[in-house]
Design a protein around this ligand. Structure first.
Ligand code: ZN
Ligand code: ZN
Length: 362
């Protein structure tokens, strides 16, 4: 289906050609599906892109002949049923030296076959150039993520009345996922996490048959996908009136999350955001109970660069979406995580998650 995204994918391929020159590569074979989609807009399951200085070749098979012609109009489409590596070798033999491939996008055997098919030529594992490009999003990508975040918030709001005594984690997860699909998500960003009561002490609890009871924590971590782009948010609530200890823990994490957000702006080192978030939790003597990084980049994949982790000097560039998600987990008692999806902007940030963060007592 023709779309208006071709100018974007062409600009991305142009930028990638610039990176190739720096990496001393005359050609790059892109086979990681998510990278192929990023550079071409192709949404089928069998496609590879060969980027040369002056040519763009798109390899697929007969099933996608028409889809490729429509979705990847700027490329020469080569049908290579079953033997992608052989077809690529045939083209590259005629072109320059220095072919890079994506080590994460080929099997070891395919990599070997690519090498042996091009004797005398430099064939090498390329650095993650496309991943580097993907870190900063254009406005079209951010619009998809904004919509995915909005859907998630709306799905959560609709779910609140169903959070009643006796409902199980699994039922809530299914309801939340269904709500996101009904509201227009084209999929889920990842498997929904629902944890009740003491189970909230597990950062990544798999929803089970635990029924919800009065006084329980309710921790929900979930995200919709729109146009391939992920959202990711976590909210923690309590069924009924929260105890003082629950309230104190919640406010500690909320303060930490706010400190992380306040620190996020274009150009800030990733490790500094992590430090800002971690500091109030450490001061409360609970540093060891916050065992994961503060956040992560996100886009076509749920976890992308940059990672907001301790000591990282990588700078968060303008237009980079990241999560800020401190958590404190206390075995036997439960845990609190609050996670927003947010975009670094010059001098500040844009929150894509707009769901309120006051402690919800349902
Ligand atoms: Zn999450
Ligand atoms: Zn996350």
């Amino acid at each position: 289906m023709p779309n208006d995204g071709h100018a974007y994918t062409e600009a991305r391929r142009h930028a990638l050609r610039g990176l190739l020159a720096h990496a001393d590569l005359s050609a790059l074979l892109v086979t990681k599906p998510v990278n192929v989609r990023y550079l071409t807009g192709f949404t089928g399951s069998y496609g590879a892109l060969l980027l040369l200085h002056d040519r763009t070749l798109f390899f697929t098979d007969g099933r996608y002949r028409h889809q490729a012609a429509a979705e990847v109009p700027g490329a020469e489409v080569v049908l290579a049923p079953g033997d992608l590596v052989g077809a690529v070798g045939g083209v590259v033999r005629a072109g320059g030296n220095g072919l890079g491939f994506e080590p994460a996008g080929l099997t070891w055997g395919e990599g070997q076959r690519l090498r042996s098919g091009l004797p005398g030529q430099a064939v090498m594992a390329a650095p993650p150039l496309v991943e580097e490009l993907r870190e900063v999003k254009d406005e079209r990508e951010l619009a998809a993520m904004r919509e995915a975040a909005r859907l998630g918030g709306e799905a959560l709001e609709g779910l609140l009345p169903a959070l009643r005594e006796g409902v199980t984690e699994r039922q809530v997860a299914v309801d939340l996922e269904l709500a996101m699909r009904r509201l227009g998500a084209d999929g889920l960003a990842f498997e929904t996490i629902v944890a009740f009561g003491e189970q909230a002490a597990e950062p990544h609890h798999h929803p089970g048959d635990r029924p919800l009871a009065a006084g329980d924590w309710i921790k929900l971590d979930f995200g919709a996908r729109v146009d391939g782009y992920c959202a990711d948010m976590t909210r923690t609530a309590v069924l009924g009136r929260a105890s003082q200890r629950q309230r104190d823990l919640y406010e500690l994490v909320r303060g930490a999350q706010a400190a992380g957000l306040a620190c996020l702006e274009a150009g800030v080192p990733a490790g500094e955001v992590d430090r800002a978030c971690r500091q109030p939790i450490a001061e409360a003597g609970l540093g060891d109970s916050f065992p994961h990084p503060t956040g992560h980049g996100i886009g076509l994949e749920i976890h992308e660069a940059p990672r907001l982790r301790s000591g990282s000097r990588e700078r968060v560039a303008a237009g980079t979406p990241v999560t800020i998600e401190p958590g404190v987990y206390l075995p036997g008692f439960g845990g609190v995580r609050i996670e927003d999806l947010v975009v670094a902007r010059p001098g500040g940030h844009e929150l894509l998650t707009t769901t309120p963060k006051e402690l919800l007592e349902l």
